[in-house]
Design a binder for this molecule. Structure first.
Ligand code: SAM
Length: 469
């Protein structure tokens, strides 16, 4: 039986409920009065349930489809303003005992070199990332209890937080590692990680088991219930995701929203972020071998429908996508993007990228990405203040839902952008950025906040750093 509050994966991501939802959506895809009613609800910015959202995703009425995209843009801007948070992935190790058929790190791949960074190598990678201007990282590692035990991940997090090169500092380390135990999540919490990210890959159990034929990841329930264990272990911010292309996207969309509803029902707080990766070419992986790939138009609509359904959840897009798709995704709902990413182990220091997890489609430097964002009218942000001030989990969500978060985000975005411009930017990027900061400063509505921001900006210009942003 479908039960969003159940601790069991099969009850909160309930196969029959998904099938019923998809049938209901299909039957109503041209039902204008129903769709208009759902759009009215979406306009109130309180989100949608998986049934309502599925109808919008299936909608086959051109005017209403236009409205979905327009509304997504409005909601995106309403919740997040023009700020875009930047981060980079850091691959620690590609040793892996799983056999995910879409990932080149699978156990059977004997041609890919296996590599695991030492703590000294991690410090060098982090120095290279700091020298670009990054403040926020996402750690990535294969699952291997011998090569990548939790102690290795914890030591690596500690190393990263302690690297200080000139004005550089990594202020938030998000972690994307395999599903683990409550005890290990508690250890990750004690190591002060930011978000724990784990992609579901697919919510369809049968496909999941076929796509993960052997290894600990084969266990669908262990994987799907991981976020419950993470939250029980004290991690306030968790990040969901689906690897689009593995299964039918409408099925995944309903499963993803049911997962979010479950976290909200049990913990009073939904996912902190949702990622939307699509399968990419990699060492021995050909994306054409997966028959559920989605085209750019469908992908854009999917992003817009996620935005309407969970307006308060951050959305992440990586360099798996090229410049045009990233620009479109930013308009429709994405609030965080990676920049200058390397998806190989040791990739920021080395020329060789023979351990790459997937090909990236956006090869620009961080400076170029920052400049591009500003030219599009966005405010690139390196802010990590919420996490550093303990505004995580339900505290963060309450501030976001009430709109009060805007009082922190805009000043912090401007301050961290100023740091970037001062310490790392090229002359052209700095020129655009300084104009942007001057313009944006004057639109901070609260006079006192404007004054504080102005003083902090002056201190940054004078060389001071780290105002817990
Ligand atoms: N080993 C961990 C796990 O099992 O979740 C860490 C994840 S892995 C380093 C990060 C993500 O990359 C995976 O969850 C998967 O969705 C994605 N990925 C794997 N192969 C990919 C490919 N060929 N194209 C795009 N994304 C891929």
């Amino acid at each position: 039986m479908y039960n969003p509050a159940s601790p069991h994966a099969e009850a909160f991501v309930h196969h029959d409920e998904i099938l019923d939802t998809l049938q209901y959506a299909e039957e109503n895809k041209k039902n204008a009065s129903l769709i208009d009613g759902i759009l009215r609800k979406a306009r109130e910015r309180g989100g949608l349930n998986h049934r309502e959202a599925a109808v919008l995703l299936a909608c086959a009425l051109p005017a209403q489809n236009e409205e979905i995209l327009a509304l997504a843009k409005q909601i995106k801007e309403g919740f997040y303003g023009r700020r875009i948070v930047l981060f980079a992935p850091l691959y620690l190790s590609n040793y892996c005992v799983n056999s995910c058929v879409y990932c080149p790190y699978h156990l059977q791949n004997r041609q890919i070199p296996r590599k695991k960074l030492t703590q000294e190598e991690i410090a060098r990678e982090v120095t290279a990332l700091q020298d670009m201007g990054h403040k926020r990282l996402a750690l990535e590692a294969g699952e291997d209890p011998v090569h990548n035990p939790i102690e290795y991940i914890l030591e690596s997090v500690d190393t990263i937080y302690h690297v200080r090169h000139t004005n550089g500092a990594v202020r938030r380390v998000n972690v994307n590692i395999a599903a683990t135990s409550i005890e290990n999540y508690q250890k990750l919490r004690d190591a002060e990680i930011g978000t724990y990210i784990l992609f579901q890959e697919t919510y369809h159990r049968e496909s999941y088991e076929a796509l993960h034929p052997t290894g600990p990841k084969h266990d669908y329930c262990w994987h799907t219930e991981a976020m419950d264990r993470a939250m029980r272990g004290g991690i306030g911010d968790v990040g969901l995701g689906v690897l689009f292309g593995l299964e039918r996207y409408k099925y995944e969309f309903a499963g993803l929203l049911m997962h979010a509803e479950h976290l909200e029902a049990v913990f009073g707080v939904g996912p902190h972020t949702i990622s939307v990766p699509r399968i990419k070419r990699a060492d021995d992986i050909d994306p054409a071998a997966f028959s559920n790939g989605i085209d750019d138009e469908t992908f854009a609509k999917l992003i817009a429908c996620i935005r309407l359904s969970v307006p308060y959840t951050g959305m992440i897009i990586s360099t798996r996508e090229g410049i045009q798709m990233r620009a479109r995704a930013l308009e429709l709902g994405v609030s965080q993007i990676s920049g200058a990413s390397r998806t190989s182990v040791g990739g920021y220091e080395e020329e060789e990228h023979d351990t790459e997890q997937f090909e990236v489609s956006d090869n620009r430097t961080l400076d170029e990405v920052v400049r591009w964002l500003m030219e599009l009218g966005y405010i690139p942000s390196f802010c990590t203040a919420c996490y550093r001030e303990g505004r995580t989990g339900d505290r963060f969500m309450q501030l976001l839902k009430s709109g009060q978060i805007q009082n922190c985000c805009q000043p912090n975005a401007l301050m961290t952008l100023q740091e970037f411009l001062q310490d790392y930017a090229s002359q052209p990027a700095r020129a655009i950025g300084e104009q942007l900061i001057a313009r944006e400063l004057h639109v901070i509505p609260n006079e006192k906040m404007r004054g504080v921001t102005q003083r902090h900006l002056a201190r940054i210009l004078a060389g001071e750093r780290d105002f817990r942003v």
